[in-house]
Ligand binder design. Sequence first.
Ligand SMILES: C[S@@+](CC[C@H](N)C(=O)[O-])C[C@H]1O[C@@H](n2cnc3c(N)ncnc32)[C@H](O)[C@@H]1O
Length: 264
Amino acid sequence: MTGDLPNAVRIVRIGPHTLILGDAYAVLPGLLAARGRPFDEAVMDPPYDFDNSGGGAFRAARHAADAVVDLGLDRGFDHSILTPALADGVVVFCHNDQLPEILTQVKRQFARFALCLWRKTNPMPVANKHYQPDGEFYVHAWLKPAHPVGELSAKKRVWDGPVARGGEGAHPTVKPDGLMAKIMANLSGGEVIDPFMGTGSTGVAAVRVGKTFTGIERHPHWFDLAVRRVTAAMDGAPDPIRERPRIRPAVDAPAPLFAGEGAG
Ligand SMILES: C[S@@+](CC[C@H](N)C(=O)[O-])C[C@H]1O[C@@H](n2cnc3c(N)ncnc32)[C@H](O)[C@@H]1O
C-alpha cells in the first residue's frame, strides 16, 4: 500500500496529474472508491490479442509485431474494464481480432459508439496472407455526458498519419502525438484516465490541452518514461522520446513487476 491507495507500488504527482505504478486491475477498485465517482473519460491502448504465427516469406519483415509479442503485449485484456463504472466515455485501441468482443461489450455498456481508424501512412511494406498492417482501429463509446465534441473537421472517424518513430527507449506501440491530440479534441470531459499508460502518450496529449490526467502502468521502465514525458509536457519542454534519435532501450523487455507474470 502506498499512501492512501491500496495496491499502488508508487504514486507520482505532477501538478494536478497522478501517475501510478501498479497493476490496473488491482489499483482501480481503490482509486474509484476513493474518488467516489467515475472519471469523465478513459483513453487506453491495452495489450492486443492476436495470432502472430506464420508470416512465410514476410516473417523477417514483421519485427514490429514480433516486438509486441516479445513484450507480452499480445495477450489481451479484461474487457469488463470497459464500463461506465470507470468513465462516462471510453476510447480503446484494439487489434482486428479483438473487435467483435469489444464492440459487444461497449454496445451493452454505453449509449453509443463509433468505430474509428488510424490509417497508417507508412505501414510496413508487407502483408500476411490476409491484409497489410496499414490501419489500427479504436472504438469510442460514450454515455450522454461524454458525447463527442469538436468542429466538423475534427469529427472524422479516420485519421491519417505515420507510425511514430520513438526516440530514446521507445515503446513499440507508442501512439503519434497528432492522433492523440485528435482524440483529445473529441472528448468533452476534463478528467482523463489511462489504465495501460505505457510511456504516457495519453497523458502528454491530455496535459497539452489542459485536461487532468491519471495514468496507471505496471512496468517501472515505461512508468519512469511516462513520468518524464508528462513532466516535460507540464513544463512546455520537448518530449524526451521525440527529441533524440532512436536508441534501443537498455532493457528490451522490462523485468516483470509481479512474480510469474510476463511483460505487458
Ligand atoms: C500497448 S501499451 C501502451 C503504449 C502507450 N499507448 C504509449 O504510447 O506508450 C500497453 C501498456 O499497458 C501495460 N499494462 C499491461 N497490463 C497492465 C496492467 N494490468 N496494469 C497496468 N499496466 C498494464 C503494459 O506494460 C504496456 O506498457
